[in-house]
Design a protein around this ligand. Structure first.
Ligand code: OOG
Ligand code: MG
Length: 255
């Protein structure tokens, strides 16, 4: 128990001060349940500082991400309002250790989703879908971690940018997308890379969140997971996403 509190403090401080730390479980000895307890306790510290819980992010929902990071289990993390980056706005490099960006699709819910749901039920709870960019930033040295490590570190959550909210009653199963840095395309992909259909990621989010005793709420955002490998971001760069049919979004990485 005290280990959980101590790791939560360590990772929260690392995130708050943008300082890298050693892996807490390099031999992968911690149970995934304990790793999620560390995550929960570290997010509780953010909430105590006044941040508000705004949703959930899913991780390793595409093969490209699994291959890039060498892990193959779907994971999830907790999003707070402190992680929001305004669409078209600027975030500061000093807030991150070694940020990367990846193209995703986001859902916002109009109804709660609790536990085992079908894709049809999940879609019925969706208010809108949007093109989105996740800024991930592992607090671990060299962005290297085991599965318990990354779960404890809130699945590397650091920032997210959401583009225009669109009608979910359109086919978003296989939308082409490009991620660009300073106008140069660096990743090409499709929303189909996300578990073959991004709604499957929402179904998994509903199940995993409920199992943790924190079912998805109306108004929450769910980030479905990176559709391509993530790209390193340097100060001064502009990162943008274009998604077929849904439009785009972007952000400036300041100094
Ligand atoms: C872990 C987070 C994975 C995704 O979209 O797959 C993730 C990481 O890659 O650091 O956010
Ligand atoms: Mg992601």
């Amino acid at each position: 128990m005290s280990n959980i509190t101590e790791f939560a403090r360590l990772l929260d401080e690392a995130a708050r001060t943008a300082t890298e730390v050693d892996q807490i479980d390099p031999k992968s000895e911690m149970s995934l349940e304990d790793a999620y307890r560390v995550q929960q306790a570290s997010i509780a510290r953010r909430l105590e500082r006044g941040e508000k819980r705004v949703g959930v992010k899913m991780g390793f929902t595409s093969r490209a991400k699994m291959v890039q990071m060498g892990l193959s289990d779907v994971i999830w993390g907790r999003l707070t309002d402190g992680m929001r980056v305004e669409e078209g706005g600027k975030t500061s490099f000093s807030r991150y250790v070694h940020p990367r960006a990846e193209p995703e699709i986001a859902f916002v819910l109009k109804k709660p989703l609790d536990g085992a749901v079908t894709a049809v039920e999940a879609l019925a709870a969706v208010e809108a879908v949007a093109p989105a960019i996740e800024i991930i930033d592992s607090r671990y040295k060299d962005f290297k971690f085991t599965l318990p490590d990354v779960i404890a570190d809130n699945a590397s959550s650091s920032g997210f940018v959401i583009g225009p909210w669109c009608d979910p009653h359109q086919d978003f199963a296989n939308l082409g997308l490009t991620l660009s840095i300073d106008g140069r395309v660096v990743q090409v992909g499709s929303t189909a890379a996300i578990l073959a259909h991004p709604l499957r990621s929402l179904v998994a989010a509903a199940r995993l969140s409920a199992a943790a005793g924190e079912p998805l709420q109306a108004g929450w955002v769910v980030m479905a997971g990176g559709a391509t490998a993530a790209e390193w971001i340097k100060p001064g760069q502009y990162v943008s996403l274009e998604m077929e049919g849904l439009g785009g979004c972007g952000f400036h990485m300041g100094e």
